[in-house]
Design a protein around this ligand. Sequence first.
Ligand SMILES: [Fe+2]
Ligand SMILES: [Fe+2]
Length: 251
Amino acid sequence: MFTKDMKMADLIHKNYLLLSIISRFGIPLGFGDKSVEEVCNDYKVNTYFFLDIVNSCSYESYFTDVQHKHFSIVSIVSYLRKTHKFYNDQIVPEIQCLITNLYQNCFQQKDNVKLLFNFFEEYKNELLIHIKREEDIVYPYVLDIEKAYETKKISKELTEQMKNYSIKDYLNEHSDIEEKLLDLKNLIIKYLPPTSDFKYRNKVLVKLFQLEKDVNDHSSIEEKVMAPKIFDMENFLFSHFSIVKLNIDDE
Ligand SMILES: [Fe+2]
Ligand SMILES: [Fe+2]
């Protein structure tokens, strides 16, 4: 388990996948022998929230502890938004670039590689739609819920919204964006006929594994940390302000 007194450098030595997570917090490399706490203080990052994220992304069993902690929805959403940005600006373009490279360097089976390219394009579009819905609808909603819960004041708009939509609906509609990545990986591992371009294929594959792990962790934070907190706050607001949820099926 990572603690605040450990050297920040050791976190990366133990789990190099944390590299992209640490930079998402706005912490650049070059931290010398400084501890996690010292580096977090230097960059005005909440050490405990940082530790919870890096621990839950490194040790599966840690997740249940994180679920019971009191983070603000503001800090969770801010982290989730940075993760979306990492997908949009970094890892997805990197994978596209690697697949293009693979295509340019393959002299047999070009059609099959084209298929892989198209398949990834489809995945990318699905991911972008998923992200846009969360950024435009879900995150603003959960932030409003936290605000109403904390101030014990609720706007007319939010009351109306709560009648028609709740975090339960989000959980029901939250699509599994990891599943297609497994198909993509299998396309390379099992089905692309063997050719001499294996080093390019391996590079694509390694990045797909990285994206899959990251998306998995991200979805767990949304479903197992953010959603249960919102669920509790909604329940309080429903009874405190006597809001009755409309049953869509009855309409
Ligand atoms: Fe998300
Ligand atoms: Fe999501």
